[in-house]
Write a protein of this length. Structure first.
Length: 279
């Protein structure tokens, strides 16, 4: 079966249990499933690394002083963000402070929304190979897709449109930038979404009452991504985690049904989706 060791790249602590979940998805078919997926480092490549905030933060047109300040903010908060040994409240507070500082620094540059396309082209933010096919399959078979991200809604929209894969079945739950009457970025709409606040945001979102399907196919690259479906009514949840750092592979297998290490594309995930929609 697809999750058996030696037959795929998946790392799986409970091969039989995960295979049983997949069989339930296959039996129920595409009409009974929805997809909830993280964006940064899940849909996008880990190497070269590019995130929604990185698209703006690394824009060379902002000058050396801005770039140095933005890098200093990131370097202070990133180690806290990825240290799961810290209390969750500590990480959440740091993530929120990181977000506020970053948004404030962006607003200080007074850029227009029309500049986002150029920023994207000059960045390293790219979809993993196979992601476009993944979204095309979901669209063809009318599977709802929620892209749930602590990143920037506007950047995600631009990237999907650039790749011609922003389909009507896709909804994005992420941070929307605010613009003044002249189209200049001035902040972000409430509530701010961070990687560690996804459950709290999900609980206040109308999406999960509007879209209800028995089976949830969830994909993410952090343990906190498992909370994206925390308030969704469902019968079965099949989760796949991207362990972008080899040191996380073992711990991720304790929480995700299956884990992909390294910097893979979506080829094997697409094979799973094809099995489900074939019924």
């Amino acid at each position: 079966m697809v999750f058996h060791k030696g037959e795929s790249s998946f790392l799986c602590k409970d091969e039989s249990g995960t295979s049983e979940k997949l069989n339930k998805f296959i039996k129920s078919g595409s009409k009974s499933m929805q997809i909830i997926i993280d964006f940064d480092f899940t849909m996008t490549s880990y190497e070269p690394a590019g995130t929604c905030f990185g698209v703006i933060r690394a824009y060379p047109g902002f000058g050396k002083e801005f770039l140095e300040k933005a890098e200093a903010i990131k370097n202070h908060h990133l180690p806290i963000h990825v240290d799961f040994s810290l209390p969750e409240a500590v990480r959440q507070a740091s993530d929120l402070e990181w977000m506020k500082k970053t948004i404030s620094s962006f607003a200080g540059e007074r850029f227009s929304r029309s500049l986002l396309t150029e920023m994207l082209h000059r960045s390293q933010c790219r979809l993993r190979s196979g992601v476009v096919e993944f979204l095309e399959l979901a669209h063809t078979h009318e599977i709802p897709v929620l892209i749930f991200s602590g990143g920037i809604w506007d950047v995600i929209e631009v990237l999907l449109k650039e790749e011609n894969c922003y389909f009507p079945n896709i909804q994005i739950l992420a941070n929307r930038l605010k613009y003044d009457s002249d189209g200049i970025m001035v902040g972000v709409e409430d509530p701010m979404i961070t990687a560690s606040s996804k459950l709290a945001v999900a609980q206040k979102s109308s999406y999960f009452s509007e879209v209800q399907r028995d089976n949830i196919f969830l994909l993410g690259d952090m343990l906190s991504d498992l909370k994206m479906a925390g308030c969704a009514k469902h019968s079965e949840l099949l989760s796949i985690g991207f362990a972008n750092n080899a040191k996380d592979e073992e711990s991720y297998q304790e929480h995700f049904d299956a884990v992909l290490g390294g910097n893979p594309g979506f080829d094997e995930i697409n094979e799973i989706l094809k099995k489900i929609v074939a019924e």
